[in-house]
Ligand binder design. Sequence first.
Ligand SMILES: *Cc1c(COP(=O)(O)O)cnc(C)c1O
Length: 354
Amino acid sequence: MPETPRARPDLAAIPAYQAGRSAPPGAVKLSSNENPFPPLPGVEAAIADAAASVNRYPDFGSTRLLSALGQRLGIDADHIAVGTGSVAVLAQVMNAMAGPGDEIVIPWRSFEAYPILAALAGASLVRVPLRDDGAHDLDAMFDAITDRTRLVIVCTPNNPTGPAVRRDQLDALLARVPQDVLVAVDEAYVEFVRDSAAPDALDLALSRSNVVVLRTFSKAYGLAGVRVGYAVGPKAIISELRKAQLPFGVTTMAEQAAIASLAGETELLRRVNVLVLERSRVQGSIRAMDFQIPDAQGNFVWLPLGNRTDEFAEAAAAAGVVVRPFSGEGVRVTIGEPAADDRWLAVLGDFLRL
Ligand SMILES: *Cc1c(COP(=O)(O)O)cnc(C)c1O
């Protein structure tokens, strides 16, 4: 056998990311938790404007975006790190905090990018099963912490199951976590949360030395295609995250689109409300079928269909709706426009009667 260049052997263990399938013509894509609304007013113009200067590198420090975010959140820009989507910011967190021999504790099932990013960092992953109601088991996550733990990830609301963590339970976890372990709270869907027991993670990230919160422009803000996300946390941690960033990732187009979206926040919040109301309607229809699902606090619902998961995904596809199956466990469906939601709800109604 001729010699060929060899990749790191541990890459073989990295699970391939299962992106939400794209929709065939005429079908609706409810498999990637995207926003069904078009970009906010002013966003396309901002991107077109920035397009005129693509012969130049972007601003290395994303200064304008940092200052717009700082103003919006009422904090100093030194508390914020940006990246190409919060997936990239998560990679910065993992690479900065954990390497070979270190452990990262995550809830599971949760966001599929976590195992991939942890493996790329070379760290060991400790997966702590969710409770039966789809919520984090924060006690069990605390129990999973060892001397080797560098990072604990909390995903609230949890993708794909839906519940948000409770403030009292997160406070209890933080009171016990060793001070040298970082807790990263992934709030990709925070704008959709209506559970009054949910925590204010931003406040925790600004008041504690070992908490960061991750947010994104991809979901509520509808900018999944431009790739911008950010972390807020203690200045000392943020400066480490900035070191772990790939140079020039956030483009001027992305920066300007994010700034324009922040300016359009009134309209954004109106749209988020429309989706939250639609989520209630969808949840109500499902409950009326006598099918129990976890509390949905993101822009998606979780259907715990177990071994009928793939069968349901195929039936939905046949009805023109692409959903996201997790074989043997359940199906995640993004909240879309009412007509699209009605299509798969009808499939579910028929399905549950069989
Ligand atoms: C979608 C999502 C993200 C972020 O996505 P980006 O597009 O990279 O910002 C992060 N965490 C969770 C749990 C998500 O579902």
